[in-house]
Write a new protein. Structure first.
Lengths: 385, 166
């Protein structure tokens, strides 16, 4: 075999999963094996059991690898770790389910399964975040979870001051961890995660504002709302800075430009997917949601379509950095529309959406494509409730 | 003697990169390729859970992955990275540093894309994944003789392409 061919084959062999990815997927498969053993009733091997359960659960120093394979050994958990006592029958239900509790996933701070959600489910899922980027993304998801919980309680008028303080504190912790990991990770990933945080917090800001307007838990919501606004702005600034950095690098370095071309292509697919998902949600909700909300969401999606079109023009002009920024923008618009629709359905709210206006916080000279972001005629689009 | 779980995880350690590559060269998107690879292993485990027996897990994984790729191309949709619950975000971003930051990968993809599917698969399996022709024949459902001929022709074609693409 000639030298060139040998070199080519050697290069092809280098195309493989990163260590983080390989490890992450391995954990997922091991978790699947634990929950879905090959022979029902036969205990899984000690190694898999120990690997799945891990060593940092607050179980008072158990060494699971030596533990009896009797699943009822879970009863040795220190009950003090729960803020509220867990009835034995619920613990048995958790054991029988063999792992993460699906029923705990929707628990609120006032529910008895809430500690299972935060101390077990979320912790186990956190183990899968082995890179800075995936950790940042997970922390961002946890920010959204705490806000969802606050909103559900507030929509029923039962968000008390203590619970609000705890949720606000947790939200702050997750926000700080997300920011820290974004700073340690890849520039493009950081721009993407900031973008997603921004669209999520923008939607939550509107939801919380609507709840406050209705007079539900007004006093408790206000400090949380302020925190959400602060972090939304931080995410927006972070995103702008990183996008600018990415764009500059793409203009200077050929290899970065090539990579951003691929990234822009992938971002286009993600944005289109998000738009399609939101359209499906609109179709599902047409009968149960008022017409104005549907029209508003459709308007948002039309804007997202337009931004995608503009992004494609940039791709053709080989301006991949700007194309990436535009596709990310389209994703944000569709994401916010989707979150607001879901809030309308789940919390029975009428939440207004606004076009994203980027002129308030940015330097005009840094964004030659700014005009595309402004709604036509310069006015905010606001539908009456 | 190893348990079934241990053997399965060992097969993941051994073959995950090869299955990932197999998917990546078809779909060109590392995240989708990762999903497909994970799905291939998950489905294989489920087959075992359901009582199926596998005498050659590598061949089984390749076939499963290929079927998933075909399903995907029929549906014409991207597979979501839906490993985590959505509470406002898409599931986790991965670094992709090993692929996206390597300019050589683009060159490799350019060359590989020009190979016919039939040649590409057998050449990669033979020279990158080090599978013997007999096993390749099992995976793709052809005779060993046909596979050997295809490998030979595919290799010649690859040499020409490398000359043209420097």
């Amino acid at each position: 075999m000639d030298k060139e061919l040998k070199q080519f084959i050697k290069s092809v062999k280098e195309i493989k999963l990163s260590k983080d990815d390989k490890s992450q997927i391995k954990h997922i498969l091991q978790s699947n094996i634990f929950n879905n053993p090959a022979n029902a009733g036969r205990p899984v091997s000690a190694e898999v059991q120990a690997r799945h359960i891990g060593h940092d659960l607050p179980v008072g120093g158990h060494d699971w690898s030596k533990q009896s394979k009797n699943k009822l050994a879970f009863l040795n958990w220190n009950l003090a770790m729960f803020k509220k006592p867990m009835p034995i029958f619920l613990m048995l239900a958790l054991l029988i389910s063999g792992g993460l509790s699906a029923s705990a996933e929707n628990a609120l701070p006032t529910d008895v399964l809430y500690p299972v959600k935060t101390h077990i489910n979320e912790r186990v899922r956190g183990w899968l975040a082995v890179s800075h980027e995936s950790e940042a993304d997970w922390q961002a998801q946890l920010m959204g979870r705490r806000l969802n919980e606050a909103e559900k309680l507030a929509s029923e008028g039962i968000l008390d001051a203590d619970t609000q303080a705890e949720l606000e504190s947790d939200f702050q912790t997750h926000a700080e961890k997300a920011e820290k990991n974004i700073a340690l990770g890849d520039v493009r990933a950081g721009a993407e995660i900031n973008s997603k945080i921004e669209s999520s917090l923008d939607a939550h800001e509107k939801i919380l504002d609507e709840l406050r307007t209705r007079g539900k838990n007004k006093i408790e919501i206000s400090p949380l709302l302020l925190k959400v606004k602060t972090h939304a702005e931080r995410a927006s600034n972070g995103r702008n800075n990183l996008e600018q950095k990415l764009n500059n690098e793409a203009n200077i370095q050929a290899n970065v430009r090539a990579n951003i071309e691929v990234a822009a292509d992938n971002k286009l697919n993600e944005a289109q997917n998000k738009i399609d998902q939101t359209r499906e949600l609109i179709n599902d909700l047409k009968r149960s949601t008022d017409n104005e909300a549907i029209v508003e969401a459709q308007t948002q999606l039309r804007l997202a379509d337009q931004v995608i079109y503009d992004g494609k023009m940039k791709m053709e002009a080989k301006e991949y950095g700007q194309a990436f920024i535009l596709f990310q923008k389209a994703h944000r618009i569709a994401q916010e529309a989707k979150l607001i629709l879901k809030a309308r359905r789940e919390l029975k709210l009428n939440v207004k959406a606004e076009m994203e206006n980027e002129s308030e916080n940015e330097d005009e000279s840094n964004h030659p494509i700014r005009d595309i972001f402004r709604p036509k005629g310069g006015a905010k689009i606001e539908l009456e409730i | 003697m190893k348990t079934l779980e241990e053997k399965f995880i060992q097969s993941y350690d051994q073959f995950s990169d090869a299955i990932f590559r197999h998917c990546y060269f078809r779909v060109h998107n590392p995240d989708i390729a990762k999903d497909l690879m994970q799905d291939a292993f998950t489905k294989t485990w489920q087959y075992l859970v359901d009582g199926g027996e596998i005498d050659n897990i590598r061949a089984f994984l390749y076939k499963t992955a290929t079927n998933l790729i075909i399903d995907l191309s029929r549906k014409k949709q991207t597979i979501s990275l839906d490993t985590l619950e959505e509470s406002g975000f898409e599931p986790g971003y991965d670094t992709r540093k090993d692929i996206d930051n390597n300019i050589e990968v683009k060159r490799i993809l350019k060359v590989i894309d020009k190979l016919d599917d039939a040649y590409r698969d057998v050449v990669i399996m033979r020279y990158v994944d080090d599978l013997p022709p007999k096993e390749i024949a099992r995976i793709i459902g052809e005779s060993e003789n046909n596979v050997s001929v295809r490998i030979h022709r595919g290799l010649n074609k690859l040499k020409e392409l490398l000359k043209d693409n420097g």
